[in-house]
Ligand binder design. Structure first.
Ligand code: IMP
Ligand code: MG
Length: 177
């Protein structure tokens, strides 16, 4: 069966406005700090690129590639780091940039891993939050949008590695497998 995505639930205009707001807040909060933005790939790539350019501060960029889901649209509960950071985050003020927080398992795993490297601080900025599905108790310091418990694609988020390049967020319908 073909996967069909519906109308945008978050448009490009909504997105750009919200990212400007987040960028302004982060710029205020991190003034004078040693900010490192850590993007969680692949899903965060689009949000990350826009957010980084909305922050008016010196910063360094780094990335992790993780895999938490199998091919299907539900969690396996397992998280694996496929590619690690390339820089030392010791004494850096790390802001972890995520596409979406669903059960919270990925984030709580990553926070533990990164805390063990002794950053000066560690906070989280997620584009999307699905609070209904939360299993692990994780604090989100900055959130773009809270959304209902629907599977969404676009703006970096995928279904079976597709739809990441949609320039808006849409609900994915008709996932039957
Ligand atoms: P968690 O560990 O359950 O919080 O899942 C987080 C990861 O699952 C995210 O970083 C996404 O890669 C993926 N994910 C969760 N919900 C969705 C969704 O609605 N669309 C696309 N990916 C999702
Ligand atoms: Mg992700």
């Amino acid at each position: 069966m073909e996967r069909i995505y519906g109308k945008p639930i978050i448009t490009q205009a909504d997105m750009h406005k919200r990212i400007r707001e987040l960028g302004n807040r982060i710029s205020e909060d991190y003034t004078g700090k040693a900010l490192t933005l850590v993007g969680v790939l692949k899903g965060a790539f689009a949000f990350y690129a826009d957010l980084a350019r909305a922050i008016d501060l010196p910063l360094t960029v780094d990335f992790l590639v993780v895999s938490s889901y199998g091919a299907k649209a539900k969690t396996s509960g397992r998280v694996k780091i496929i590619s690690d950071l390339t820089t030392d985050i010791k004494r850096r003020d790390v802001l972890l940039v995520e596409d979406i927080v669903d059960s919270g398992m990925t984030l709580s795993f990553l926070k533990k891993k990164l805390m063990a490297r002794h950053p000066e601080s560690l906070k989280v900025c997620a584009l999307l939050d699905k609070p209904e599905r939360r299993k692990a108790g994780v604090v989100l310091d900055y959130v773009g949008f809270s959304i209902p418990n629907k599977y969404v694609v676009g703006y970096g988020l995928d279904y079976q590695d597709k739809y990441r390049n949609l320039p808006y967020i849409a609900v994915l319908d008709k996932v039957s497998e």
